[in-house]
Design a protein around this ligand. Structure first.
Ligand code: ZN
Ligand code: ZN
Ligand code: FE
Length: 756
């Protein structure tokens, strides 16, 4: 039989066609493969069994960096016979899709050459090939040719040029090809301000091995590197970065070394060694890594070397903290002048090179939960690989989704693909906003996208909303405003290509509701076209808007008061708060699940004030984790479900009362914390059952930042599945606000075609 296959994704310029012909040879397939426009086209003839194996091979893992985003197989073709399998001339094709490779981690063959003393590129810190090296971060314009990247500054020597032009060489048309003679040179600028070349690596190693902090230029920007074994050093790093309290990630030489410091499941090992080389959150073992690295987290963010330079460094230093070089949550530093301009007594030197980075890209963060893989931050290695949206569109639409305010990403669509930007971050400083706008311009131009509409949040104060309003006006295009939690759920619908109605459970910190109140504990009946609010946590008045969010003790007061437990409030400032509350000064109603977790954390005395978003809830989760898996199943605290205006209102006042009672009765905190999680999972399942009855919908979709809580996530998925729900959740984009732009884009494509 003969099949006709089309494959979209990162399949051009990454050695995909040779992979296809090897696969054909192994399976006894004849036919041909060609690049056509933005996709790869294959015609294959073979026995039915051979075709099945061949197709499975195409869709499965390949040994290179190629990423299949979408594959279409046509079985209804006339049988054809061929003598052999050939790679044929590329043609321009009709589609105008552009697929840009993400930055690729060093491949095994280059790694072997790097440490082969007889190899010309022995210890060359910038060794790369067709299968590996920087891509998206050095691209100036398409097509991806050396002259269109910042490698244009380095003229190939005759040796490299020879390999570049040799069809049989694995560096044939490898645009980032270089060697000691012609490539970027490793440079070191120490405290004295002098730039040195030949001792660069040795100087950096010496500094690191004596407990100093060094800036290291990587792929998407600079890292700050130092040993994770010395508290003083790590505290210095926190001072240098602006005293932030977030955990730092640690890079290890190899998987075996990670296993000495962390528990690594089979799935987690796959994530660590995956081609994207993300930071993987792993349960810590007790080790010589000092607490200042991970702070209060029960995880350690671990990752493996992904550039030749990382390998060269780590074999001399051992494990290193590698954290994005930025100051106080600003965008990652990518320019040499900026990095070299930072004079700080804790920064011993800068290890860098003159290859320019065009855009900043942070390391990605993922983890494996009991229920599946979760992306926490989608950046290097993933962006800008698009997400296939399914057969959404007869009329291809191009649009821009502006994303959220925190953990921002934006998203562009073209035909049936959604191109998510890398994680941009918090848009609360001018630097970040400039990076945001620059990336939008860059990506629309690289991908040849002229948005016909722009989507944004309902929140009037989001930077992204204001940007979208201006953009729509300036370009004369339509503007769509989408509710935040609907966008969270729509992101899962997009990922999983779900077009039927679902019960969307969005548990989140903050999102602007259609009634102008703060939402975040939402049960929404959703389709890609829109939603109906089926149930939500009861509104509790909150003080001070967004600024007070970090003060969990205030939230706790509000919950206690709301639950009729004013007498239990021991806060000195309570009378003041109460007065403001009664006067209605600066109060806003909130149904946020995130705030409910904050309140519980503060009531249990775990954490009163968050230094970063979600910290109080993380403390509560950590306590619950101490409960241990071998203990009996949890027991839910009380809550009430009430019908109101056709919606179900979840009153968690009784749960607050039970928390106070349990704490007063000296029930161990891990038990209370675990039962609290159990309660939320239990109420979720019960509300979903009621909504299933009402709407006759059996599929539940979970999203929102609160589901980064692994205990809650696993408990909820488990409980829903026990009650025969089909459960879907994010695995390609983050459940946090980093995924919102994908949801906006997906829903936006329907709005643009007037299907609402
Ligand atoms: Zn390579
Ligand atoms: Zn060379
Ligand atoms: Fe959100």
């Amino acid at each position: 039989m003969t099949v006709d296959v089309k494959i979209w994704g990162i399949v051009q310029g990454v050695g995909f066609r040779p992979f296809v012909s090897r696969l054909a040879a192994v399976n006894g397939i004849t036919g041909w493969v060609a690049n056509e426009g933005g996709h790869v086209h294959i015609v294959a003839t073979g026995t039915r069994d051979a075709i099945v194996r061949f197709l499975a091979g195409l869709a499965g893992e390949n040994d290179g960096p190629a990423a299949v985003v979408h594959m279409e197989t046509n079985y209804a073709v006339e049988p054809q016979t061929f003598d052999c399998f050939t790679i044929i001339e590329s043609s321009k094709g009709k589609d105008d899709l552009v697929f840009l490779a993400p930055d690729l981690a060093i491949c095994p063959e280059c790694e072997r050459e790097l440490f082969t003393a007889t190899d010309r590129r022995y210890l060359h810190p910038f060794i790369s090939c067709m299968q590996c090296g920087p891509r998206y971060s050095i691209l100036e314009q398409v097509p991806y040719d050396r002259d269109n990247t910042t490698m244009v500054d380095f003229k190939m020597c005759s040796f490299c040029a020879g390999q570049y032009g040799d069809f049989g060489d694995r560096r044939y048309h490898a645009e980032t090809i270089s060697c000691h003679d012609c490539g970027p040179q490793l440079l070191w600028t120490g405290l004295g301000g002098q730039t040195e070349r030949f001792v660069a690596l040795a100087a950096a190693v010496k500094a690191l091995n004596t407990g100093k902090i060094v800036a290291v230029k990587g792929i998407g920007g600079y890292h700050l590197a130092c040993t994770p074994f010395c508290t003083e050093t790590v505290d210095n790093l926190r001072e240098l970065k602006g005293r932030e309290a977030k955990p730092f990630a640690v890079m290890f030489r190899n998987l075996a070394e990670v296993k000495k410091f962390c528990q690594v499941s089979v799935k987690a090992a796959q994530l660590l060694t995956a081609r994207e080389k993300p930071i993987v959150l792993l349960p810590r073992k007790s080790s010589a890594i000092v607490a200042s690295v991970y702070k209060l987290s029960r995880y350690l963010g671990a990752f493996l070397p992904y550039t030749p330079l990382h390998h060269l460094l780590l074999r001399e230093t051992g494990p290193l903290i590698m954290t994005s070089a930025n100051i106080s949550d600003q965008p990652i530093i990518k320019d040499d002048a900026v990095m070299l301009g930072i004079k700080h007594h804790h920064l011993a030197g800068v290890l860098f090179n003159r290859r320019q980075i065009r855009i900043g890209i942070d390391d990605s963060v993922v983890r494996s939960t009991g229920s599946g893989e979760q992306v926490i931050r989608r950046a290097r290695g993933y962006a800008p690989v698009p997400v296939y949206l399914g057969p959404v569109s007869d009329r291809p639409v191009m649009l821009l989704a502006a994303g959220g305010q925190l953990k921002n990403t934006f998203c562009l669509t073209k035909q049936n693909f959604a191109y998510l930007s890398q994680h941009i971050g918090e848009l609360d400083n001018v630097e970040a906003i400039a990076v945001y706008q620059h990336n939008i311009e860059r990506m629309t131009s690289l991908l040849r996208i002229q948005p016909e509409a722009v989507c944004c949040d309902l929140h009037p104060d989001y930077t992204t909303t204001k940007f979208a309003l201006r953009y729509a006006q300036a370009k004369g295009v339509q503007l769509f405003r989408l509710q935040h939690h609907f966008a969270h759920i729509a992101a899962v619908l997009a990922e999983k290509q779900i077009f039927e109605p679902v019960i969307g459970v969005a548990f989140d910190g903050t999102g602007y509701g259609t009634d102008g109140k703060i939402w975040g504990g939402e049960f929404l009946l959703c389709t890609p076209q829109g939603f109906e609010r089926g149930a939500h946590l009861q509104y509790v008045p909150m003080l001070g808007g967004d600024a007070a969010i970090k003060e969990a003790w205030k939230t706790a007061c509000m919950y206690l008061d709301h639950a009729g437990l004013e007498a239990a409030i021991e806060e000195e400032k309570w009378p003041l708060l109460k007065a403001a509350l009664l006067a209605g000064v600066n109060t806003i109603s909130s149904s946020s699940m995130g705030r409910f977790f904050d309140a519980a954390s503060a009531i249990l005395g775990l954490q009163r004030v968050a230094t970063y978003e979600g910290e109080c809830a993380i403390q509560l989760e950590n306590k619950a984790a101490e409960y241990g898996a071998d203990r009996p199943r949890g027991k839910p605290y009380r809550y009430q479900l009430q019908a109101q205006d056709g919606k179900i209102i979840v009153d968690v006042g009784p749960c607050i009362c039970d928390l106070v009672t349990a704490k007063t009765a000296m029930v161990p905190l891990p038990v209370i914390a675990y039962n609290f999680h159990y309660t939320v999972a239990d109420l979720t399942a019960n509300v979903c059952e009621l909504l299933r009855e009402k709407y006759r919908v059996n599929r539940v979709v979970l999203s929102g930042g609160v589901f980064q809580n692994a205990i809650l996530f696993d408990l909820t998925v488990d409980m829903l599945q026990r009650r025969n729900f089909t459960v879907a959740f994010n695995s390609v984009v983050p459940p946090n606000d980093g995924g919102v732009s994908l949801g906006q884009a997906f829903a936006g494509t329907y709005l643009l075609r007037g299907e609402i």
